[in-house]
Design a protein around this ligand. Structure first.
Ligand SMILES: [Mg+2]
Length: 185
């Protein structure tokens, strides 16, 4: 009863990363409305934990908000690529490390209001040296951040990327480092 029936689909823009559509939908009350939708093939993101017990974060310039953003390593799924393989590949490309242990944390909708993008988030531990190999148009640098400092960076606004905020908290939770009253941990 909460569904919206698509009456008309108009392709507005076909880019290399996104496809924008304008949909006309029929609402439950019979009226029509338009929906602008950004189609995206999905991505994987990784929370890497070093043997020293730090997070490995990456710094890169993000054009939409004209800022240097501190994030967990991440990247788009290649055609036909499964999320786990993408996570392993992106981690090595952006940080130069491979993960001996990779665990799925969660999948999230980045912006359900106007995009179908799903981001699959993993925890990577037991890191081994590999080969950094960023994309040609990608300038990223990785650096270690102690767990408490990462939370401070979220609190004071140095980390504002949604997948990174969710991923870092979920990683701490998976490692048993988040304590909720009554959770029994
Ligand atoms: Mg990336």
């Amino acid at each position: 009863m909460y569904s919206e029936k698509t009456v008309r689909t108009e392709s507005v823009y076909e880019g290399s990363i996104i496809h924008v559509e304008k949909l006309t939908v029929e609402l439950p009350n019979g009226k029509t409305a338009t929906r602008d939708i950004v189609r995206h093939k999905g991505a994987s993101a990784v929370v890497p934990v070093t043997p020293e017990g730090d997070f490995l974060l990456v710094r890169q310039y993000r054009k939409p908000n004209e800022m240097v953003s501190i994030e967990i390593p991440a990247g788009k799924l290649d055609a036909g690529e499964d999320p786990e393989s993408c996570a392993i590949r992106e981690l090595e490309e952006e940080t130069g490390f491979r993960a001996a242990t990779l665990e799925k944390l969660f999948s999230m909708q980045s912006t359900p209001g106007f995009s179908d993008e799903i981001i699959h988030v993993f925890l990577a531990t037991n890191l081994l040296p590999g080969n950094p190999d960023p994309d040609e148009d990608e300038f990223v640098s990785a650096f270690p951040v102690p767990f408490p400092e990462a939370l401070s960076m979220i609190r004071d606004g140095r980390i504002t990327d949604g997948k990174s905020i969710a991923g870092l908290y979920a990683a701490l939770d998976r490692m048993g480092l988040l304590k909720l009253a009554g959770s029994g941990r």
